[in-house]
Ligand binder design. Structure first.
Ligand SMILES: *Cc1c(COP(=O)(O)O)cnc(C)c1O
Length: 384
């Protein structure tokens, strides 16, 4: 079977997967081992030591490459570990351009860890690609895109950014955590590298922390593999198995996340106590047209602000929810609600935060796959 000829909804299940050689196990076994026996020095069957490689991790890495339409996948201990490996491609003096509306942990990694090694990060509003062009210098080595952005649901035009990156010989990386390859495949749009927090939709069940990179270029894959092995933040066998298991239902889950997301976005928009709803599926969303072009759907991530923009109101709503769980993270089968200003984005200074729209009354929802009527009723009672 040539898995590459399969459609996405089959590749989530079969992509890069072969029955296990030992007993024909249909699911990749969890090779919970640190090392592998050698018949003579160097006489191994492809694996020597589990930091360098593990069959369960390889199965996940093949699956990741397949669903992102890429050639090479790498699985890490977390999304941030995957990002950490990408930034380690750079050296002191290099500059990075990223979006000003970025996942808080990514911002922290860039500013608080890598800036002290002499790498400079510029944060710009990437919805306007002119802002990217204006920030490019001869030292710019990487453009880091996150789209849809977190938590403002801005959409960045990957194709246009890719053109700018190519013209200036800058590496383009896209954090595809929110969209997942079900909705968008950045490599097809010209990106060099796709990153995931597999903790979210890929894993899908809020039971594992993991990260992923997918690239097409062999030299880039080799360099990243070198860093992965040298630094050691690999995805363990059990975690690799859990993410693989999640990926098998990614397409069915995403379909329902999108349906429920649309219904809830519409409900919130029509509610008299809601000021504004951020969801790229709305025609009046400023980047709706680009979303329509580069995404297959609009997802289940929604942010909204209550009328009066009151900090206390927002806290009351998220505390009164009963079906939605108040928690960080996203992308699981269960619905979660969060208050970015005090939770996920607390590490970004208030002034910086509000510039990008993360006001005190902003609430973010990760809409799960429960019955949508229960979710709407829950939001309604909490808002009322
Ligand atoms: C969660 C998240 C990350 C970080 O991933 P971890 O698995 O938590 O390390 C990066 N980017 C986005 C968009 C995220 O949601």
């Amino acid at each position: 079977m040539d898995e590459n000829s399969l459609k996405f909804n089959s590749r989530t299940i079969h992509g890069g997967q072969k029955p296990d050689k030992a007993y024909g196990a249909v699911m990749p076994p969890i090779y919970q081992t640190s090392t592998f026996a050698q018949s003579h020095p160097g006489g191994h069957q492809g694996y020597e030591y589990s930091r360098s490689g593990n069959p369960t991790r390889s199965a996940l890495e093949n699956s990741l490459a397949s669903i992102e339409n890429g050639n090479y996948g790498l699985a890490f201990a977390s999304g941030l570990a995957a990002m950490d490996a990408v930034i380690k491609l750079l050296k002191p003096g290099d500059e990075v351009i990223s979006t000003n509306d970025l996942y808080g942990g990514s911002y922290r990694l860039f500013k608080k860890v890598f800036e002290k090694y002499g790498i400079t990060f510029h944060f710009v509003g990437m919805q306007d690609v002119l802002n990217i062009e204006a920030a490019i210098t001869p030292k710019t080595k990487l453009i880091w895109v996150e789209t849809p952005t977190n938590p403002m649901m801005n959409i960045i035009d990957i194709k246009r950014v890719a053109k700018i990156a190519k013209k200036n010989r800058i590496l383009l990386a896209v954090d595809n955590t929110f969209a997942t390859p079900y909705l968008q495949t950045p490599l097809d749009l010209g990106a060099d590298l796709v990153m995931h927090s597999a903790t979210k939709y890929l894993g899908g069940h809020s039971d594992v922390v993991a990260g992923a990179l997918v690239v097409n270029d062999k030299a880039l894959a080799d360099e990243l593999y070198f860093i992965q092995n040298a630094s050691g933040a690999v995805c363990g066998p059990m975690d690799s198995f859990l993410v693989l298991r999640g990926i098998k239902t990614l397409h069915v889950r995403m379909q329902r996340h999108c349906e429920n997301g649309e219904a809830i976005a519409n409900f919130l928009r029509s509610h008299s106590k809601i000021e504004k709803v951020f969801w790229p599926g709305f025609e009046n969303h400023p980047n709706h047209q680009i979303a329509k072009e580069q995404m297959q759907g609009f997802g289940g991530m929604i942010s909204f602000v209550t009328k009066g923009n009151n900090y206390e109101d927002a806290l009351k709503i998220v505390s009164n929810l009963k079906v939605f769980t108040l928690a960080e993270s996203l992308g699981g089968v269960e619905s979660l609600a969060g208050h970015p200003a005090s939770m996920t984005h607390a590490s970004i200074p208030k002034e910086e935060r509000e510039k990008s729209g993360v006001v005190d009354a902003l609430i973010r929802l990760s809409v799960g796959i429960e019955d949508v009527n229960d979710l709407i009723a829950d939001l309604n009672q909490a808002i009322e």
